[in-house]
Design a binder for this molecule. Structure first.
Ligand code: HSE
Length: 397
């Protein structure tokens, strides 16, 4: 018998318990042993819940029980979750998590502790929910020099942008609808300001580079400034708008990371990724382009990825550990990656501003497309023309 403890009985934690219970014959067969949840750690009680008797409030009950060999950390945050993860790994218990914040911040250290203690720290569910992208990068694409990873990594913002596209609606009203439907949190800051995507792209960039990519240093812009006019302008020119996390490898092997709204050509596979779905577009030097698509959030999709890690840990102990990355900071690109911008201008000013950039205003609307420029070159353009420049959105190509 393999015993599992689940830390945090919220959305993902209760999903983990459900998957292990509901798919028990599959989970146990694939683990090579019968799998059972022995404890659930939470501050709350759950009277009437079928798993009420498994709830404990003292983490030491779990840490001191030698029968528990695998711990699922589904608490979130970097406080108690970090402390408990470290303690479990030091006791030789493998930890499987969906906690992207913790992986982004302390992943390298926690993987080292796991290695030193003959167990694993696994985090498939931390990026792309149920999409097996971490396993793909660490086991299937290992013969590749990955040159770029571009992902729609946040379900909330993709839902909002898809709705703005379909209903010609503005950002504020769409956010409100998303909150009413339960797709956006009451405090949506981490999603709409791009911080959640920054954490996820930094984890993918960690794997891509083998070194630590600080999510706080990812050049991050959210979607709060994307207007109904920006979307209409994009659509009329054959694009849609997506919030992308992009990690690009330079010729000198440095890595640059960015999160921003991008215009994506309507015939690009990423443009068809709608609603709360996620997709990760990976370019390798031999394989060329591949895309991984699925539910990037949600109780059962995310829990399924956590339980797949549990099964791996049960079967292989420490030998399923990802190669991962070390704590050395990645070499960042000295110059930022340049993109073309679609610039929207006040009526009557597009031609002048466009010609100053060596471009031509597009027919029928007050906008134009620049040549490739860096973020600071675009900022200089905005400064020069003041409020005549209404918006500028990079083009992903
Ligand atoms: N808030 C996240 C999202 C949850 O909307 O994608 C999954 O990480």
């Amino acid at each position: 018998m393999k015993y599992v403890a689940v830390l945090g009985y919220g959305t993902v934690g209760s999903g983990v318990v459900y998957v292990i219970d509901h798919n028990n014959s599959i989970v146990s067969a694939n683990s090579g042993d019968e799998m059972q949840v022995k404890y659930i750690l939470d501050l709350r009680d759950f009277p009437g819940d079928p798993n009420e008797s498994k709830v404990v409030h003292d983490v030491d009950v779990i840490m001191n029980d030698p029968e528990v060999s695998i711990v699922c950390e589904t608490m979130g945050g970097v406080g108690a979750a970090y402390k408990f993860t470290k303690a479990a790994l030091e006791k030789g218990k493998s930890v499987c998590t969906s906690n992207k914040e913790l992986v982004a911040k302390h992943g390298a250290e926690l993987m080292k502790i796991a290695r030193d203690n003959g167990c694993s720290y696994l985090f498939e569910a931390s990026v792309g929910g149920g999409i097996p992208v971490i396993r793909t990068l660490t086991t299937a694409l290992t013969a590749e020099r990955i040159t770029q990873i571009a992902g729609i990594l946040n379900g909330t913002t993709n839902f909002i942008l898809s709705k703005m596209e379909k209903e010609s609606a503005g950002f504020d009203e769409t956010l409100k609808t998303a909150q009413e439907l339960g797709y956006a949190e009451q405090d949506p800051t981490a999603d709409i300001e791009g911080h959640d995507t920054a954490r996820k792209i930094s984890i993918l960039a960690d794997i891509m580079s083998g070194h630590f990519v600080d999510s706080d240093k990812v050049d991050t812009t959210g979607i709060t400034a994307v207007s109904a006019d920006d979307m209409a302008n994009a659509l009329s020119s054959g694009y849609t708008i997506k919030l992308l996390g992009i990690a690009t490898r330079g010729d000198d092997d440095s890595i640059s990371t960015m999160v921003a709204p991008f215009l994506v050509r309507k015939d690009h596979p990423l443009a068809g990724v709608s609603d709360v779905f996620n997709a990760i577009f990976v370019t390798g030097n031999m394989l060329d382009e591949t895309m991984y698509y699925g539910k990037g959030a949600g109780k059962l999709a995310t829990a399924s990825a956590v339980v797949a890690d549990v099964i791996d840990a049960a079967r292989k102990g420490s030998s399923c550990m990802y190669k991962g990355w070390d704590e050395t900071p990645v070499r960042e690109s000295s110059s930022s990656v340049k993109f073309r911008y679609m610039v929207r201008c006040k009526k009557g000013s597009a031609e002048d501003i466009a010609s100053s950039c060596g471009a031509e205003a597009l027919d029928g609307n007050a906008s134009f497309i620049t040549g490739k420029m860096s973020g600071s070159e675009f900022d200089a353009l905005c400064e020069k023309y003041g409020d005549a420049v209404l918006s500028g959105i990079r083009i992903y190509e």
